[in-house]
Ligand binder design. Sequence first.
Ligand code: GLV
Ligand code: MN
Ligand code: MN
Length: 481
Amino acid sequence: MASSSVNARLVGYISLFFISIISLASGSNNKIADDEILKLEPILRLHQLAAISDSPHHIQRTFLSKASLEAGKLLQTWMEDAGMSTWIDNIGNVHGRTNGNNPSAPALLIGSHYDTVIDAGKYDGALGIIVAIAAVKSLHVHGLLEKFPRPIEIIAFSDEEGVRFQSTFLGSAAIAGKFSEHLLSVVDKSGTTLEAALKASSVPGTAESIIGMKYEADSVWGYIEVHIEQGPVLEKQGIPLGVVAAIAGQTRINVILKGLQGHAGTIPMAMRRDPMTASAAAILNIEHICKHPEEFMGDLEQGKRNHFVHEGALVCTVGEIATWPGASNVIPGEVSFTIDVRAEDDLVRKSAVSTIIKRIENISLARQVFPRVEIKHEAGAVICDSDLQKQLRFAASQALRKLPSSVFQGDKQCIPTVISGAGHDALMMAHLTKVGMLFVRCTGGISHSPDEHVLEDDIWAASLALKDFLGKEIPHEEFAS
Ligand code: GLV
Ligand code: MN
Ligand code: MN
């Protein structure tokens, strides 16, 4: 992918050149200009961004990697192209800001992330940034940005996935005032500390330089994020856009089980202290716990329990496992694995986590291995602001009305409300301000995979909806309902 990066970007620039020529030729024809800005350019840019990767085989941009830094610079140029002043902050977030007609009013923040998982799709995170740039650029090109009653700031966050340091939300935590100093000494797989990684990317890398990035609550009006749904609900309902009511909370845990390393051929089964089989038992128990929350929530009265433990209310994943020394003829000395626990309700999640930890301790005791369990990250569930939900629902419905009937024939009034099982920067930003999220349908509900896909017309619908959301505050015939 990286080797094709130059070619992909070249194709992008050539296409953009032709788009600009068409745009100039169309003169004041707003409709044609908007088709380019809201429909064609976002698709092109998503492909260009996806071509910037640390791996030649798949999409991979982890926090502050070479490809991430390159992607950040490209995003900065696109924000400038949308009429914004730009900067990259002390934790690698890329900002674009415009004053509207009142530079001192609290700002509307719009964001998402530009880091990716390993072997990622093109849309997770990137879609929200590209769509935000498109909506702002459209207002800018039509001379409407200056009429917006407050500053608009797009923030492309540097770390939401937490792949490199397993911390998640490093970028948005700094803005929301939730960055804690101890994170600077966390190490990645190569032993590099976060502090060293920051310094290597030419920012101070000190606690003060990041803690000082916190935005004051009264300087911010609200936060909006557009994001691929990453689940199947919108596709099932046959509609491109949905409004998020709540985002599940999450806990990430690292487990290390230490046993007795030894020869695979000489130690009788009964004499082993094998951390691999202990891990296997633990992992199956974790699955059971999360499939049957009614068992550990058993003391709750029935009504409450039904509310808390419905299907999908709790999910747990063991996504990474490593053994030492890792050879077929050696009983491992150590096995480590991660656990990701999510729930709409914080009480369910916390009860699941403590049940899981107790179970791991009991299994370790029975199998004579030593457990070390470390909670690496915890974020509570978030309810999205009800007014922002209403405004986003209205904007989504307006956008669907503006699409040609060949693109969407369904009920334009009925925008679904969805709960997000995935984590988002909005989760962190909710510590600072009210948040709202618009979800965009994806094919087969697939995400965190190269098969992740969003229909081109759905990207267009999202850009139109965000532009309409912004437009409702601008007195102009285009936004009259
Ligand atoms: C982020 O994509 C997460 O939910 O893990
Ligand atoms: Mn993701
Ligand atoms: Mn994401």
